[in-house]
Design a protein around this ligand. Sequence first.
Ligand code: GLY
Length: 391
Amino acid sequence: MVNEEGIKNPERFLKAPLFSKDEAVKAMDYVAEKTRENINDFTDKFPSSASSGLMYGKIDNNDWTNGFFTGLLWLCYEYTGEIKFKKTAELQCESFKNRIENKILVDHHDMGFLYSPSCVAGYNITNSPDMKNSAVSAANQLITRFREKGEFIQAWGELGPQETNRMIIDCMNNLPLLFWASDVTGDKKYSAVAKKHAITTLKNIVRKDASTHHTFYFDVETGKPLKGVTSQGYSDDSAWARGQAWGISGFSIAYRYTKIAEFTDVCCKIANFFLNRLPGDYIPYWDLIFDETSNQERDSSAAAIAVCGLIELSGQNVGKYKPVYDGAISAVLRSLTDNYTTKNEKSNGILQHGVYNKPEKIGVDECMIWGDYYYAEALMHIINPKRKSCW
Ligand code: GLY
């Protein structure tokens, strides 16, 4: 049973003026301008997952984050109609085809992060059979990591040893690839895995107070749930802000595909826990244990992910929370737009003040490529609420 803490100060969200379509257009102009500037550097190469000194480096298609830049290109094409965005995204989808065909660094669960914003988004726009096939192949790869004992998709590492036998909250956002694959192929095996994984997440990763563990171990022999452990959060019993945001986004999308009411219900509880711990400017610290006295860094990327989740959630049966979530979407988007973009900095990123992995001191107070992506996706939903999501 997950407790419902409600919204402690609904007024701070209800009073937020609407983040208008005009504001979203202006903000998206900036996203398109920055992405246009970056195209020559990032056609054959991709931006690194996090910037260093606010500048992304160039990497090959070999990380879990490559799909986000291709996703940005598709969003910018959708927004501007400029052919250069489309052509570059198409070239990058060729690289994703090569990656899955040759199984290049795909022995992990992040197939959704890689293939939904790249090949699924591209397929939605172009109807390309290659993009569809690449994304379905990625879904096939992902389901190989399903552990029958415990009923979860194993996140990282070799399948078999006890030390790697765990799931993580982030994986909720790899599930849309599986739901999508069932829709396009008619084969229910993908959505069956996704549904089981989401239910196991609900039962084990979501704590009684509606905060979330980052990772959770299962007994490899019996499948018995063992314990929650953090990897990127402050401590095993704190709530890593981005994990909580992945939960909002992941459970709201899982409801869209399954219509399981418990997913919306738990999503509201996870969202309320997140919203109740936002500081004055509505952008979370990198772990929700921190407050304004902590002197810790914000994670703007968690805010951007959470907004996309709230946009999805607000369209579901959330009753009295709808105006609160709508206010929160406006408050967070305005804060990101006014105070968290790179517009006054020398940077090839879009959103600054993100944190990738504070415990390991990687990407602290930097741009995150997924932060840029989710910010743009949220803006595009404001500009065109009827647009088709790639998730
Ligand atoms: N999925 C990894 C992260 O959010 O850092």
